[in-house]
Design a protein. Sequence first.
Length: 83
Amino acid sequence: MKRFIHLTDLHFSHKDKTQNEIYFETRQTILDVLIKIKKLKPEPDFILISGDLTNTGDIKSYQALQDILNQIKHPYLYCFRKS
């Protein structure tokens, strides 16, 4: 049986789109959650992320979110709809 964590509606924006303080707080919150997931025993097989991944759907926000997800080196799958 596969074990996974489901995160939804992160509403992330890159730092040019939001006030810096909000960007850094949101970024840090996402990182904190991902680090806690990584420490789970047994560790989940992957992380599923769905819903509104970003606030505005712009490429820079998706790229910034992907950069955060790549930092934890854990398999993830995201699914989103065209906004």
